[in-house]
Design a protein. Structure first.
Length: 235
């Protein structure tokens, strides 16, 4: 029996476009930036993470500490997680999901140590997010390892956003660190792991690239804090 420690984080929300893939990529970047190995599992038929990895490799903005695999069924997902564990091939596994149905949610919950639910704090998205939270409750989740992460917020929250946080907090913890609306999160989709992008900008060493490096570093610090919160290392 392997003594290897491996945390499995699933990024889940039935609502589309709330930032699941963005958060998955960012958290994976934080794992690599922190000197650990990440394995992405892409369970979305759109293959957003798989294709991102291919682009990143071509651009030289991937890392030997990162791997990615696509799965087409819950059984395949369980098999891949088991395989990563047996081979001690990753320290953190990040599962990107599509808008999940109740049945898929069951196997994701069973396979994960932590569930993170990104949510843009507007009325409609929170309502949809809470529907996913309800489904999790029906699956017998005690909620201990479910964390909401607010996405696409500014430096100050609006009153509406505060009200939406209160709605979420009635169900599960809301991470005190939020994902800000940042251009770099959009560019990450085109470029690669934030940790590798940062290194490239610093190595380039021009005034412009160093200014960009500062913005990448800010995003990476945000996601490192989020990773610690999601993994329960920080309150
Ligand atoms: N914090 C952010 N700052 C800037 N842009 C963001 C941020 N979060 C997400 N986006 C953008 O919003 C769009 C939707 O994000 P993303 O693809 O991560 O959502 P998703 O939940 O994975 O969607 P789907 O349900 O289709 O898989 C993308 O274009 C992404 O670049
Ligand atoms: Mg996605």
């Amino acid at each position: 029996m392997s003594e290897h420690e491996m945390d499995v984080i699933a990024v889940v929300n039935g609502k589309g476009g709330v930032g699941k893939t963005t958060l998955a990529r960012a958290l994976g970047s934080a794992v690599v930036g922190g000197g650990m190995r990440v394995a992405f599992i892409d369970s979305d038929p759109q293959l957003s993470v798989v294709e991102w990895a291919e682009r990143s490799k071509e651009a030289g903005l991937w890392s030997t500490a990162a791997s990615v695999v696509a799965v087409e069924s819950p059984a395949e997902m369980a098999q891949q997680i088991n395989d990563l564990y047996e081979r001690e091939a990753a320290d953190v596994v990040i599962i990107d999901t599509a808008g999940v149905t109740f049945s898929a949610l069951g196997s994701i919950v069973a396979a994960s140590d932590h569930i993170v639910m990104p949510c843009t704090p507007n009325v409609d998205d929170v309502s949809r997010t809470l529907k996913t939270a309800e489904m999790l409750k029906e699956l017998g989740q005690d909620g201990a390892h479910i964390t909401f992460v607010l996405n696409r917020v500014g430096s100050n929250l609006t009153r509406i956003e505060d009200e939406q946080i209160a709605r979420l907090e009635q169900h599960h913890a809301v991470a005190p660190v939020r994902m800000r609306e940042r251009d770099i999160y959009k560019r990450m989709a085109k470029e690669g792991l934030l940790s590798s992008v940062l290194k490239q900008k610093v190595d380039e060493g021009t005034i412009r690239s160093l200014a960009e490096a500062r913005r990448v570093r800010e995003a990476l610090m945000e996601t490192v804090e989020l990773l610690n919160i999601v993994m329960g290392l920080e309150e």
